[in-house]
Ligand binder design. Sequence first.
Ligand SMILES: Cc1cc2nc3c(=O)[nH]c(=O)nc-3n(C[C@H](O)[C@H](O)[C@H](O)COP(=O)(O)OP(=O)(O)OC[C@H]3O[C@@H](n4cnc5c(N)ncnc54)[C@H](O)[C@@H]3O)c2cc1C
Length: 715
Amino acid sequence: MKSNKITVILVIAVLVALFFALDLGRFLSLDYFKTQQAAIEAYRSSHPWMTAGLFFLIYVAVTGLSLPGAAIMTLVAGAIFGLLWGTIIVSFASTLGATLAFLAARFVLRDWVQSRFGGRLTAINSGIKKEGGFYLFTLRLIPIFPFFMINLAMGLTPIRLWTFFWVSQVGMLAGTLVYVNAGTQLAQIESLQGILSPGLLFSFVLLGIFPWVAKKIVAVVKARKVYAKWPKPTRFDRNLIVIGAGSAGLVTAYIAAAIKAKVTLIEKHKMGGDCLNTGCVPSKALIRSAKLLSHMQRSQEFGIRKTEADFDFADIMARVHRVIRDIEPHDSIERYTDLGVEVIKGCAKIASPWAVEVTTPEGTKTLTTRAIVIAAGARPFVPPIPGIDEIDCLTSDTVWSLRELPRRLIVLGGGPIGSELTQTFARLGSQVTQVEMAPRIMMREDPEVSEHVTQRFVDEGISVLTNHLAKQFVVENGEKILIAEHDGQDIRIPFDHVLVAVGRVANTTGYGLEELGIPTTQTRTIETNEYLQTLYPNIYAAGDVAGPYQFTHTAAHQAWYASVNALFSPFKAFKANYAVIPWATFVDPEVARVGLNEQEAKEKGIAYEVTVYGIDDLDRAIADGEAHGFVKVLTVPGKDRILGVTIVGEHAGDLLAEYVLAMRYGIGLNKILGTIHIYPTLAEANKFAAGVWKKAHAPEKLLAWLERFHTKRRG
Ligand SMILES: Cc1cc2nc3c(=O)[nH]c(=O)nc-3n(C[C@H](O)[C@H](O)[C@H](O)COP(=O)(O)OP(=O)(O)OC[C@H]3O[C@@H](n4cnc5c(N)ncnc54)[C@H](O)[C@@H]3O)c2cc1C
């Protein structure tokens, strides 16, 4: 480090050390001020300029050295100099002090920080270059970080000195005014009654509501900036346009119509989106047929010597499509039209924050709207593995058009969709190899969950290849082969069909987001705030396109927020609440979870206790021939408050509902234990898990005392 840098560090360190060693902070307290108020006032009357100058210098020193006391000094400025002069003095002194701290941080640390973390700071640096002034203005107006931290942190960024100076001066002005004003009232307090004076109370109310007002001001300034280049219609044809009629879009439109808004729902493909047409519904219908076959294969366990399944895969697929058709009316144009939604079959493109172009076979028209909800969903991700284009791979979009059962099927991916379809096709008779590059399938769940499911898969004849990285597809002599890398070796896996299920990507291109500059996240979903607003406060996103979850029930959950916020903001808006999100993977045994599991609790450093109840001990599970799996509950150490639950077993998804309710409404294990559960049901597992917890937390001392009590009573 250069010697002049060392000198600066030493000077700052000595001054700060002196401040604390001599306990100079005691002079920067309200108590001290009150004791000296009369003397200060007398001095100020005879030496007004000197008083102002001294105060100014002390203020600059305190803020420049990042010492505690600036807030108290601002109040005191009001008390000594009054509103106008107090504000002028503090405004300039604080800006000068902040700039000195900024310069010190920049001089001493910036080069080191940028050279050490430059790569990781690229996004921040370019953001600061582009928007630094506004960002600083926001921080100054809404003090979510301490004043000194902003000065020091900004010094490490590429923001220009002059920008920092004037933005700080302007940004802090409103806050300074409010504080100095409160200080003017402090000067008047002579007695206890003075504390309750209306003037002082009003000043403190101002202090309290200031951050809220500032937030609103920032929101308005921000909004003006993003909307600047878009002409706003004088009136709108509709209150809301919803793009996409999947789970998120349907619920959004439903809610809007129910509360009497004029809403248009635009769908370019099929009503019901993925869930109805290519997701939850067909997969669960196919799983049902496969489960029936698995039960028939296990018939001897149930005392039935022999069963024979004579079936054609095409008939099973016909049933899958019948199920879709049976459910279709729930999501149909007719139903939604009856509910009061205008439904348009066509392709939507956002033309401006208030206009959507719809292209139908009849042509293109532009609709104006006060708000837009984007619910455009996601699609299967097909990784760019060499040779993948030559082998006509299946995805969850296309697998439903199969009419012949694949003989040898590779399923690429060990997540929920890949695992559900792996077991289903194996049960239907395909020879299935599941290929996963991670060390285990269902990586989001705890290791014993993956082990349990993997063991069942292996028992059912599935080849589960974990730690296998798909490298290339080749066709040799008409035979399709996947080359996967495992432990540095190339493994060749011949197959007839491959189903790619390695994740889903949000649909974020081709319908106006690029033109409007609506940003996406690192996971390629649309970036939204906690109200589900995009960069444009009147454009919202919900469902798979917004993430972070990709489930039908979370899409519907977000849809409520998107719809209500879109229709009532800025008067009232709700933050999307993700506190208790459940989900299930419909493999057999089912895996269902809500809240934390052990691996997440460890990652997040959250203290927990684990209680496990084995479902192999449950009467109903034994009677049903499904005596396997477990209920695993994480609780706050020493308390019955539930942090998360994982259930593995028959109907785990249904069983979990009790815990979801408990977590949502803060019901602990003691109350679950005290609730009657019907005998014999699988739901008793929930109560028994609570019982295991209770036993582990038995009041040992009290029980020992009771034992003595009963012994005594026996005489
Ligand atoms: C195989 C499989 C099984 C699944 N199983 C389950 C399960 O058991 N439980 C569960 O909770 N979830 C499950 N999911 C996930 C669930 O299907 C999705 O989370 C859910 O469908 C997301 O709904 P969405 O409204 O966000 O998107 P989508 O349902 O994808 O709807 C988006 C709609 O927007 C339309 N659209 C897109 N762009 C435009 C445009 N420019 N103009 C007009 N329309 C447009 C699309 O055509 C589509 O209909 C499963 C998914 C798959 C693939």
